[in-house]
Design a protein around this ligand. Structure first.
Ligand SMILES: *Cc1c(COP(=O)(O)O)cnc(C)c1O
Length: 379
């Protein structure tokens, strides 16, 4: 037997009470018993997104929410700015281009963080830019971008929407949708929300709804206006993902019981312990600035293949983390501490990492990283 541990930045482990809530017999999505379920999910999401805006519930992966955030608010030929610091930044560019938008990019090296002043100078240079797209956490590099700082810049430009992919950041980072004035925030079920894959969430501001009226890109499935009208009646445009929405309510209940502040503190604590344990082992953190609270990207030691670390962790010790993507492939591996994660997820991950590194010939004293994590996680 090999006991499995899921320490990937999505999908993440699902708490038992959430799993159980999803084991109930099916109910009909247009029948009265489903209405209070969506009503509660709607309010729970507003709490989590820290917003009074409607938060749409879409049956899709997170990328569906990203696609809808482009084709409901923009037009072919619109100039937009993508802040690109990794694999998911590239995805914004590809989605925008697929609808004929003209993309300009602010690029940073992988592992680095987008600076608000670079966004400001790009916007000043071209006041025609209709939207700014960014990841809150760039999952491929483990960097959390300065969403507050960038929001402060974009807010000054009346005709520019600020669109944030917070799919892997939500729950782990304190993102203040309304207070900071973020127009569109995209979330997904299988990351911090501790649910199986299959739901995307999109919070939409009044400014963005106004823009929606002028968008002419054809779309049938992700029709946000129709989704909004349905949501007002506690419905979704098409068949609701009944089971996942029931699970969503339970997951939100679990988070509410802990309290949002404490949820953020827990993630910060776990992320810090992971980084310090890794450093105690003599390894480097790939995120040179603003490392995220969702996932830690760890540099493989010289002469060791990061994919090999990922592979042995998984095959020998049952721990599924993540490797590196694209240009980071082989150079890094990633351990998440996202959603249903606590002290012993970190300690387990670090303990196994030490065993794998030793097997690969890296010189270390077993227990060094674990001791560091224990020290930092003692309560
Ligand atoms: C996981 C993730 C996505 C969405 O991926 P899906 O596979 O479509 O759910 C998008 N952006 C970021 C930053 C992510 O981490």
């Amino acid at each position: 037997m090999l006991k499995r541990y899921l320490l990937a930045p999505g999908p993440t482990p699902v708490p038992p009470e959430v799993l159980l809530s999803m084991a109930m017999p099916m109910i009909h999505h247009r029948a009265p018993d489903f209405l209070p379920i969506i009503d509660s999910a709607k309010k729970g999401l507003q709490w989590l997104f820290q917003t009074k805006n409607d938060v749409l519930i879409l049956t899709s992966t997170g990328t569906g929410g990203m696609v809808g955030s482009v084709n409901n608010f923009f037009n072919a030929g619109d100039k937009v700015l993508v802040l690109n610091g990794g694999k998911f930044g590239e995805r914004w560019t590809k989605i925008c281009q697929s609808y004929g938008l003209k993309v300009e990019e602010v690029m940073v090296d992988w592992g680095f963080c987008i600076k608000p002043e670079h966004v400001e100078s790009a916007l000043k240079k071209d006041p025609d830019i209709k939207g700014v797209f960014v990841q809150a956490t760039e999952t491929s590099t483990g960097v959390y971008h300065d969403i507050k700082g960038i929001a402060g810049v974009v807010k000054k430009f009346e005709n520019t929407l600020f669109v944030v992919d917070a799919i892997s950041a939500l729950v782990a980072e304190d993102i203040r949708t309304d207070e900071w004035g973020i127009d569109i925030v995209v979330g997904g079920s299988q990351k911090g929300l501790m649910l199986p894959p299959g739901l995307a969430f999109v919070s939409v501001s009044d400014k963005a709804w106004k823009r929606n009226e002028t968008s002419k890109i054809p779309h049938f499935y992700f029709n946000f206006k129709k989704e909004r009208e349905n949501l007002a009646k506690n419905q979704t445009n098409f068949t609701s993902a009944v089971t996942l929405i029931i699970g969503l309510n339970e997951a939100i209940r679990v988070l509410q019981q802990e309290g949002l502040e404490n949820v953020f503190k827990r993630h910060a604590r776990l992320a810090n312990a992971t980084r310090e344990a890794v450093k105690a082992l003599g390894l480097g953190i790939y995120s040179k600035e603003s490392p995220s609270n969702s996932v830690t990207a760890i540099e493989a030691p010289a002469g060791v293949d990061g994919q090999q670390i990922y592979k042995i962790l998984r095959e020998k010790y049952g721990i599924t983390g993540a490797g590196g993507q694209d240009r980071a492939k082989g150079k890094i591996f990633r351990l998440a501490h996202l959603g249903y994660a606590d002290t012993f997820d970190v300690i387990t991950g670090i303990a196994a990492l030490e065993m794998v590194l030793k097997e690969l010939g890296y010189n270390l004293k077993l227990g060094t990283g674990v001791a560091k994590a224990q020290e930092l996680l003692m309560v």
